[in-house]
Design a protein around this ligand. Sequence first.
Ligand code: 6R9
Length: 572
Amino acid sequence: MESKMLPVMQGDYQLQDYDQTAKEFQWSEAEKEFSWHKTGLINIAYEAVDRHADSYRKNKVALYYKDANRKEAYTFNEMKRMSNKAANVLRNHSTLEKGDRLFVFMPRSPELYFSILGALKMGTIVGPLFEAFMEGAVYDRLSDSEAKAIVTTPELVGRIPVEKLPHLKTIFLVGENIEEDTLHVDFMKHFKEASPYFQVEWMERESPTLLHYTSGSTGKPKGVLHVQEAMVQQLQTTKWVMDLKDEDIFWCTADPGWVTGTAYGIFGPMLAGATSLILGGRFSTDSWYEAIQDYGVTVWYSAPTAFRMLMGAGAGPLEKYDLSSLRHILSVGEPLNPEVIRWGMEVFKLRIHDTWWMTETGAQTICNFGSLPIKPGSMGKPVPGIEAAIVDDRGQVLPPNRMGNLAIKKGWPAMMRAIWNNPEKYDSYFMNNEWYVSGDSAYMDEDGYFFFQGRVDDVIMTSGERVGPFEVESKLLEHPAIVEAGVIGKPDPVRGEIIKAFVALHEGYEPSEELSDDIKQFVKKELAAHAAPREIEFKDKLPKTRSGKIMRRVLKAWELNLPEGDLSTMED
Ligand code: 6R9
């Protein structure tokens, strides 16, 4: 594994002394900023929007929105009025009560964000869905949670199997010329007429807010339930990890269908009173670079898959845009390959900071901080207030440099509080009622840096050696021909498993026997003989989730002719 460190870059980071802070910090200190610290009246949407609308930030832009057809800006005061209007529409045209489930199922648009915030102002539990979900995926989530209402568009409404969802009483349609009946409500018509005043519902610290469904490798997706208290960690990490300050323009590229798109696409920056950009539509190299240039984005949060696509697009597009506004870049969702970090240093003259967390952790937990050196290949150190360790299968903490289960000491603020309708599943995450066991395999070095190895299920046992797929994939990416790689263990009578790599090639390269041999030799020479793939298969692209994760279990299913399992989160 890479050991050369990337030194700290110049910057007046909000977390200056990591070691001292990690030793002393208590989460209760982070609560002082919230108005509920004094009033006892809790609501995350109030804290994210109204608190700033009633302060010196009133006329500061909270949200820039851009897609192919719209270009808009909303101040905190306007966000307050818009989310109040949305809350009035949702309340006046449904039977939704506190604690009921409302889903949002639509492409990114300002109305999506107003609806999420408005619903939270009512104390409704919000379940965000990716617009690309098909009928089966929509059905699983709405029926499991007994959703009472959904906000969607005329284009997507056909994918909601109403007749099979007896709890679903109201469908809000965001579009034009909507025909209303006992089930369907014209959202925009009522939105235009709605009052911009709304009395926010006051909740408890432990009141549920968001229900994010995530799919495991087997079985149906599970509903991960978050609560109001998550805001404490969302705000604190936005300061320490994102380093967001009042003058920053922040862009989180994630859709709210993924936890990153709510925790840091909405709450982190808004709780911090920062200005964010939301870009609608699909990824394209030019529109992304153009957005950074035109909005003067200073802090940028994206995912390795996007960085790899930008990397694959080469230097041409880079020359067309001025990206000098950027001062801090972060990544989440998948291991950040050292090759990608090197590319970032070259083209942005900035380090890309990895952040590790999960839907279940609710907010960032292990990260590379601005004020710490980066070890390429490491996801960093625990956020102060978080205790992380590598434990064995009995929950015993392992010494440095031993691969094991990445675990977090139970009880951090943003921790999920339930798996909807499935207490056994929830309990199964915790070992000895002490450790939350993530399902990821990792090790910690003697300096306290954590290194991701793969999902526990993905770790390969070959000739008695444990090999993490990430290390092999990262090495593969250093080969000039390879733009994307996914590695699995393939059962083998002699070696237990052999390493098989699926690779996609850069433009200009063609699959061949020679190239395959060259790649094998490359990994053998640069990493280790036992870690070199014995089989290589060329693919146009790899199967990925909508949040950009390479689906190794799908590669494995293809290889072994097994059922692919739940594919609802796979991109087209
Ligand atoms: C936020 C989010 C969680 C899983 C997680 C791990 C992988 C996320 C990562 C990472 C390596 C990182 N993952 N961040 N792996 N390095 N920085 O992604 O949540 O969609 O629930 O996925 O993603 O395997 O367990 P979620």
